[in-house]
Design a protein around this ligand. Sequence first.
Ligand code: 5AD
Ligand code: FES
Length: 350
Amino acid sequence: MSSEHKIVDKLEEEKNLPDNDLTALIETDTFNASLFESADRVRKSVYGTDVYIRGLIEFTNYCKNNCYYCGIRCENNALSRYRLSQQEIINCCETGYKLGFRTFVLQGGEDNYYQDEILCAVISQIKAKYPDCAVTLSIGEKPYKSYKAYFKAGADRYLLRHETADDDHYKKLHPKDLSLQNRKECLWNLKEIGYQTGSGFMVGSPFQETGHLIKDIRFLQELKPEMIGIGPFISHSSTPFKDYKNGNLELTLRLISILRLMFPHVLIPATTALGTISPDGRELGLKAGANVVMPNLSPVHVRKQYALYDNKICTGEEAAECKGCLERRVNAAGYQMVISRGDYKRRIAL
Ligand code: 5AD
Ligand code: FES
């Protein structure tokens, strides 16, 4: 057996590898076929061919932060800003429920206009109307007591990517008022409160090295999140990183497979960013071990304004079209969408 196959087999068996083997897997593309195959086998042993859908509601593009990579950073004056009302958010859920969504993801910039009382009211209204649905929040760093309040109001899950687990690299991607330490603290708080917690990182962000990716993986091993979201960095023309090159498709796919093999039960989305850098990026993501897709449920008239990066896909389609489009893609890749909350599975079903 070639040494490449040996490394992949060892990863599948032991769910871990020393740094030098991980480096080899990350840096070379000769492993791709066996890596993807092995990851798909493991994903099927836990989740079969099921793909879970999450209805993404981008409810505000206001953000108080100024991350160098992100299109909705506060210093981007070229962007027109919007906020959805409570009723508009509920309307998105109504449309989504009829289409078969059983998870709603409320995502937005860090926008203090939505005080905890407002967010709690929205969360509890969604949970009262759709008790069979999960609510996921993706609204950034908040104090412990806010996280606790949203959880009490009924939120089930929280997405907060750590972005990079290397302190110096973190400082190169973010202004001084943001720190990796606070990011990590937020993640530990979310876990402690009882959320199904998601973290993750961008692939190919400016200044990223293999050593940073290994640190990302090691941090995830420590955190043990229920969800891991990764996607390629894509430059945005009105940010300080406008001239940096985009993350690489194959490297992103290899990392999805590595994560699937290390965390057989984790929920991994084939992200919109992956579909943006390559027309069949999401299909390839599913084949490499991802088992979640996130069609857009935001009202079409605000879609283009939620531009974290340039050329984002799914910005012109109505919710039903976007879901239909993704369903065809999921089927073409050999999987099927299911109507389910799609919770994290702790054990392999017997
Ligand atoms: N390219 C790719 N992903 C980005 N994100 C933010 N800006 C970009 C970009 N330019 C990702 C971050 C964030 C998530 C919501 O979107 O990882 O956590
Ligand atoms: Fe949204 Fe294709 S998945 S338009």
